[in-house]
Write a protein that binds this ligand. Structure first.
Ligand SMILES: [Zn+2]
Length: 461
């Protein structure tokens, strides 16, 4: 905690002097950097939603001005400036000058950029190496396949940065495409470690089973989207038929957090990086801190480029943040324990979960559909009956791509209708489609959009 407090104190100075958005807030609310000494003090800041970020992404970038830079230098930096001005300037440039960005969504027009400096890339590299150390434990010769989608998207690059310098691991990447080629290479190289979005991991497992390869996969790291239980079971079953049943390790993070975190082993809970972020839970209605069952909120305490204080992720944790020592790996780093539900689509209003006047948890669709057998792919679309009329009825449309062996799709349709009616009292409209087409729609957003709410996209005539 001492290290965390030290980082918080220094970071608050950077925020106060160099961060356009939070500087304004601190001035207005009369918060001085010295008022924030530990993680509890961070609660003096209001919650930050995605709305101001979307309006002015630039205001969230640390951008020191000449006249203020002296005020935030550490004694080490001051010394280095005295010794070698040129080198000092280069260092400052590396620390603050953005070199790239990641997007919050693959959807065009809806993506907000989060900028990274070389300082950030170094942090990502170092901490991903720590994650890899944990995940390769027990694998003598790690052979890894990075199947995250190739895009300006955190998951793909974080793994790439980390694994490039990680000793003793052979790795390669084809992104999240050319599945048959991936599967052939998987067999050829005896891949034992995979990292992918769950939707893609499932597809790879389907194809691998169909091609009857011999699988050597021991661990699969999944991230980038929430994975329903039924989907995880299918992935395990599929791999289990052609090799050993792999461990599925959850990763959690988002473009805005700039680093994703992971379980130390299956079911351990996500280990946080307490030297990089402070995580907390807040009540979904009052935004007041809670100990259990709340929305996940984080603050950066050591990053440059785009940074946030008390950023509302839109993910709901049914569970708690454990601060005790982990009984599996012995680490004292806090863990997110419980189920993370992505109930709130931050690109839209906060309350989009009412369908036909019934308040539903969007996860329920995944829970029902991933547990009905014989479905290869699905997508749920909530929309208005008349797309030009915001007051028309809500309609739930389910696109279903049956498994190849399914001959009687009517039976499947009836089963889905029956299950939905009994569990959420909604009778959906069901369309049978080609599973490949559905897969493309789901993965096209890079967010595994299995459930989408189109009701806000009312068209103007
Ligand atoms: Zn652990």
């Amino acid at each position: 905690m001492r290290l965390q407090n030290k980082k918080i104190r220094h970071f608050m100075k950077l925020i106060y002097f160099h961060h356009p958005y939070y500087r304004k807030i601190m001035k207005k609310q009369k918060i001085l950097p010295s008022d924030i000494k530990n993680r509890d003090d961070l609660r003096k800041f209001p919650i930050t939603t995605k709305i101001p970020l979307r309006k002015k992404p630039r205001d969230f970038i640390l951008q020191p001005k000449q006249e203020n830079i002296k005020k935030t230098l550490t004694s080490k930096q001051k010394l280095s400036a005295l010794r070698n001005m040129q080198k000092f300037k280069e260092k400052m440039f590396e620390e603050y000058y953005p070199t790239t960005f990641f997007g919050t969504s693959g959807r065009t027009g809806n993506s907000t950029p989060v900028f990274l400096t070389r300082y950030d890339l170094e942090i990502i590299r170092e901490n991903t190496k720590a994650l890899l150390e944990r995940v390769t434990k027990g694998i003598d010769t790690p052979i890894a396949q990075n199947m995250f989608p190739f895009a300006p998207h955190l998951a793909f690059w974080q793994l790439t940065f980390g694994i490039m310098d990680y000793p003793g691991t052979f790795w390669f990447t084809l992104g999240a495409q050319r599945t048959e080629a991936q599967v052939q290479l998987m067999e050829k190289f005896k891949t034992n470690l995979i990292a992918a979005m769950p939707t893609y991991a499932k597809r790879v497992s389907d194809v691998a089973k169909e091609m009857k390869i011999k699988s050597h996969v021991k661990k699969i790291v999944i991230g980038g989207e929430a994975a329903p239980k039924g989907m995880i079971r299918t992935i395990k079953d599929n791999f289990g038929e052609i090799g050993k049943v792999p461990q599925i390790i959850n990763a959690y993070g988002m473009t805005e957090s700039k680093v994703a975190m992971m379980e130390c082993e299956e079911g351990s809970g996500i280990h946080l990086f307490p030297h990089l972020h402070v995580w907390e839970l807040v009540d979904k209605d009052t935004m007041e801190p809670v100990e259990e069952d709340g929305l996940l909120v984080f603050s950066h305490i050591d990053m440059r480029g785009t940074v946030f204080i008390r950023y509302l992720t839109g993910d709901f944790l049914k569970g708690r943040i454990e601060r005790g020592v982990c009984d599996r790996c012995g680490s004292a780093a806090p863990r997110i324990v419980g189920k993370i539900k992505r109930i709130i689509d931050m690109d839209k209003a906060l309350n989009t979960t009412k369908v036909k006047g019934v308040l539903i948890d969007l996860d329920v669709f995944d829970n029902i559909l991933s547990n009905i057998g014989n479905i290869n792919q699905y997508q749920v679309i909530i929309k208005k009956e008349n797309k030009y009329d915001p007051y028309s009825r809500d309609v739930v449309e389910v696109h279903v791509g049956p498994e190849k062996h399914v001959v009687n799709s009517k039976e499947l349709v009836d089963k889905i209708k029956r299950k939905m009616k009994s569990q959420i009292e909604i009778t959906p409209k069901i369309k049978i489609k080609d599973p490949d087409k559905i897969y493309e729609n789901v993965m096209g957003t890079l967010k595994g959009a299995r459930v989408i709410d189109k009701r806000k996209e009312i068209k103007k005539k």
